[in-house]
Design a protein around this ligand. Structure first.
Ligand SMILES: [Fe+2]
Ligand SMILES: [Fe+2]
Length: 211
């Protein structure tokens, strides 16, 4: 039974990755950096999951990979100019961007029934909540934030730090780890920071190292 569900989710994940997501991106958010960001969040999520003991044998593994690929789907409601903007966002623009977790949740509920899994919805809705309650949209704290979203919170930040951020320099692994440790207990689940640091150190080749 468990095996059948895992097989189904693997198939579902692969379909989403190879067919539905590329079509969605092409039609709705055709921004190269945006899609690169999603794939990079998925990559770091998978590293954290493996270090935490989840593998291809677990439903959670595939569900969270789907959640990683879909986490910013609510940006479909943002002005495309904001998504493509190369400079830092103005406070007004940032207010608009802050709606994307709830917009993404609503969008899946209404228009993407194939993504309607509790773990995917939790990931989308809570991925900007911080461990100390300083995040958005609900200022949820610590274990009020679903486990899946606490993993995405870290993977999302790391993708932003190691990826192309037009208005900020790309950081190397050492600096990324330094920031994760600095914000351990503030933005990030402390236990998951420890797991992530171990995962990233073991896979340092996957990080682009700027000169
Ligand atoms: Fe986001
Ligand atoms: Fe993101």
């Amino acid at each position: 039974m468990e095996i059948d569900k895992v097989k189904y989710l693997k198939y579902h994940y692969e379909n989403f990755l190879k067919i539905n997501l590329p079509i969605f991106l092409q039609q709705k958010i055709p921004d190269e950096n945006f899609s690169r960001h999603l794939f990079s969040v998925e990559k770091y999520t998978a590293l954290i999951l493996r270090e935490r003991g989840f593998t291809e044998k677990n439903e959670f593994f595939y569900l969270l990979k789907i959640a990683a690929l879909a986490h910013d789907i609510g940006k479909i409601k943002c002005d495309p100019k904001i998504i493509a903007k190369k400079e830092k966002l103005t406070p007004e623009e940032f207010e608009q961007v802050k709606k994307h977790p709830k917009d993404g949740y609503d969008y899946i509920k209404k228009e993407q029934p194939e993504l309607n899994y509790r773990i995917v919805l939790n990931g989308v809705l809570y991925h900007h909540e911080n461990w100390d309650g300083s995040g958005y949209p609900y200022r949820a704290k610590a274990h009020e934030i679903p486990f899946e979203a606490r993993i995405l919170r870290i993977a999302d930040s790391v993708a932003a730090m190691n990826g192309f951020r037009p208005y900020e320099e790309t950081k190397n692994l050492e600096r990324i780890i330094g920031e994760l440790i600095e914000l351990r207990n503030k933005w990030y689940d402390p236990e998951l920071v420890d797991v992530s640091v171990r995962a990233f150190e073991k896979n340092s080749k996957l990080f682009s190292i700027p000169k």
